[in-house]
Design a protein around this ligand. Sequence first.
Ligand code: NAD
Length: 287
Amino acid sequence: MAKQLLGKEVTAALNERIKGNVAALQEKGVNPTLCIIRVGENPSDISYEKGATKRCETLGVACEKILLPEDVAQDELLAVIDKVNKDDHIHGVLLFRPLPKHLDQAVIENALAAEKDVDCMTDLSMSGVFTGKKIGFPPCTPQACMEILDHYGIDCTGKKAVVIGRSLVVGKPAAMMLVKKNATVTICHTRTVDMPSVAKEADIVIVAAGRAGVIDAKYLRAGQTVIDVGINVNEEGKLCGDVNFADAEPVVDAITPVPGGVGSVTTSVLIEHVVDAALLKAGLDIL
Ligand code: NAD
């Protein structure tokens, strides 16, 4: 039976650090504030928004929302971003994507100020992940994967890691973060030949394929650590990962469940970035 790598344990440790930093900010009269911009009524955006709002409340971070209709004009959205960029009391901004098709996503993403880009939406922030320079913040989900590995003392140095998925939101930055941790990394995608053999070579497997239960025991072996980034709803309407948990769990050494794994840690990483943005602006050290 595999060890379950539980998000709540990682989150508890992260939240302690965040609370300490929030207290330091409040002493200086600073109220760390996240602004969520949502276009339309996508249920998964609304669900993430609820989770983030609740976590902000728990941690003493203010959360403001700007809700825009699905047919919002590009200029109107750009004006909103310009306003939050200039608003001194907002420290971090989360804009849900993908945006509706009539909007030019690349233009809108890059309109946000890097210092408020708490989920690595801009090309400038993403360049920081690849160059190692401190620009903006890294994307929350791959950072959550690293927090899980760190919390459970899973050393990446010299290990083989496979990332399944090559999106710019998860797969590619996760691979860069693993390289930074001295792993030897392979990225798999839909055109990878003989993926089961490639994945079996790895000591650490991060799965971000966006397909429910697509990774099963034939991709895995004993001794591996598996981090499942996927969030899907299965045929029974239940939340599930990209890994077939029932099939994989008896095979590998350690695995994150879904729900209860990466998702919860991602929310705390987001709030941590908001608080860090506020600390940087106030000229205070990050604990
Ligand atoms: P995406 O659809 O943008 O990218 C999926 C990637 O996986 C693509 O590069 C594709 O080539 C690859 N892929 C698809 N099927 C594959 C297969 N059978 N074999 C190998 N590669 C395959 O998705 P994304 O935005 O990177 O998100 C990935 C998953 O993570 C989704 O389930 C998403 O819901 C979830 N997610 C979770 C969090 C979180 O906080 N836990 C945050 C963001 C995304």
